[in-house]
Design a protein around this ligand. Structure first.
Ligand SMILES: [Zn+2]
Length: 166
């Protein structure tokens, strides 16, 4: 099927007191599906300036972003894929592993939102070949159709640090 994903595999756990869940964030381009995804997005917007900045960037773009969580087993943490067909308005889906601690999921959400902002900044990415070309240019590939960027790793680290403050 040629789905391009950005899997992240390092296992890190951050122990935090759970922050209260704020009111639903206003982010019409970012649609968190289900209560856990909504909680993650709201907590990230409230506690992480880096994640908040990414949300603002994405809100100013043409992209629609869906966020879901998945119980699929394995060493994966999260991935982002293009879900729109050629010629349709661009949309992407972020899938986050339910196996992660909630605070760690927020850091991975930041990581994946960075990938979304990379797609947002490349308006020519309207199909999977173009997406593959973008990430071959700005990232590096570990396995077939599995790319990583330094910027996403940096955002993940920053979000983790910002959450630790609380
Ligand atoms: Zn990544």
């Amino acid at each position: 099927m040629g789905i391009i994903s950005f899997a992240t595999t390092a296992a890190l756990v951050v122990a935090l007191a759970g922050p209260a869940v704020p009111a639903a964030a206003q982010a019409p381009h970012i649609l968190a599906i289900g209560p856990e995804s909504r909680r993650l997005l709201a907590a990230g917007i409230e506690h992480s300036p880096s994640l908040r900045q990414l949300v603002a960037t994405i809100e100013a773009s043409d992209l629609t972003v869906y966020i879901v969580t998945s119980p699929e087993p394995g060493r994966w943490r999260g991935y982002t894929r293009l879900v729109s067909a050629t010629g349709q308005p661009r949309s992407v889906m972020i899938t986050l592993s339910q196996a992660l601690a909630p605070e760690e999921r927020t850091a991975i959400l930041g990581h994946e939102l960075q990938h979304v902002s990379e797609i947002a900044a490349a308006p020519d990415v309207t199909d999977q070949p173009a997406m593959r070309a973008l990430f071959a240019r700005i990232g590096r590939s570990s396995t077939t159709d599995n790319y990583e960027t330094r910027a996403a790793q940096d955002v993940e680290r920053r979000v983790r640090q910002e959450l630790r403050i609380h």
